[in-house]
Design a protein around this ligand. Structure first.
Ligand SMILES: Nc1ncnc2c1ncn2[C@@H]1O[C@H](COP(=O)(O)OP(=O)(O)O)[C@@H](O)[C@H]1O
Ligand SMILES: [Mg+2]
Length: 265
């Protein structure tokens, strides 16, 4: 079976900054296979290489060793087949919701008759019908994140890369956004590579969760979440959820604490 995303013995090393800091080994011997239309979550201590892994899939960075493949092709640069959603919305403040969502396609020369109906459909799909002409400053953080997701989906990407996308939102809004993401997945079936600090969030939305070791990041623990999709909030208090939560949290905290202990010496 061929994977949608594949890390093969990937290493990522960053040079030291202005010669004052020694180089950083962010990833080492990193292997991962992610299937098409899978929702895959990655958790781990700060600085363990999660964003580095995402940036390699996005084509923003290149591996120092090994290979990263998307649909069997080695990644060399960013592409339309992969869209990224970051923690902090990067919307153009002087453009409306509709303009922000359509800008990418507009720049690529797609005809308005083509992109505008699709943009309106996506804006409705993320729950922002009626806000097409609003500017970002008129929207809450959660609403801005919805715009980012609509903008990411407009190019019909095979892969959606999400780097702690709901990390800055309050708990209730985060739960809403998790449900929204599952609804969107149901409709468009992208492969989702999702980074989060929140173990509960990872379990609620994903098919598989990986815990990374502290730097250099490798796979420490991988669990399957067998709960069928669509999921509802009752899953959050089920015995299976609580069991997975305990196991994953323990694995993450082991890594966090071993890092703290290493620094204390
Ligand atoms: N562009 C960069 N240049 C130098 N060091 C970097 C760069 N990006 C990340 N790093 C370092 O690599 C390590 C892993 O970072 P990152 O992948 O952002 O971790 P995470 O997302 O898990 O917090 C960290 O020590 C970080 O400081
Ligand atoms: Mg990060």
């Amino acid at each position: 079976m061929s994977s949608e995303i594949s890390f093969q013995q990937v290493g990522k090393r960053y040079p030291g900054v202005r010669g004052t800091v020694t180089e950083t080994m962010a990833l080492e011997g990193f292997n991962l296979e992610i299937a098409a239309s899978e929702i895959f979550c990655i958790v781990g201590p700060t600085g363990c290489g999660k964003s580095s892994a995402l940036n390699l899939i996005a084509g923003f960075e290149s591996p120092t060793s090994g290979r990263v493949l998307v649909e069997g092709q080695e990644v060399h640069e960013p592409g339309m087949d992969r869209a990224v959603v970051f923690q902090h919305p990067s919307l153009f403040p002087w453009k409306t919701v509709l303009e922000n969502v359509t800008l990418g396609l507009q720049c690529r020369g797609t005809l308005r008759e083509e992109y505008e109906p699709r943009a309106r459909m996506l804006i409705a799909a993320v729950g922002l019908k009626g806000f097409e002409s609003h500017y970002p400053y008129q929207l809450s953080g959660g609403m801005q994140q919805r715009v980012q997701i609509a903008r990411a989906l407009i190019g019909q990407p095979k892969v959606l890369l999400m780097d702690e996308p709901f990390g800055a939102l309050d708990y209730q809004t985060r739960l809403l956004m998790q449900r929204l993401l599952l609804d969107l997945w149901q409709e468009f079936r992208p492969t989702i590579f999702f980074i989060t600090h929140d173990v509960g969030e990872a379990i609620f939305i994903s098919d598989r969760v990986v815990v990374m070791t502290r730097r250099p990041g490798r796979v420490k623990l991988m669990v399957d979440v067998k709960e069928p999709k669509p999921r509802n909030y009752a899953f959050l208090s089920s015995p299976e959820f609580v069991r997975l939560h305990g196991n994953l949290l323990e694995a993450v905290q082991q890594e966090v604490e071993s890092g703290t202990a290493a620094q204390a010496h």
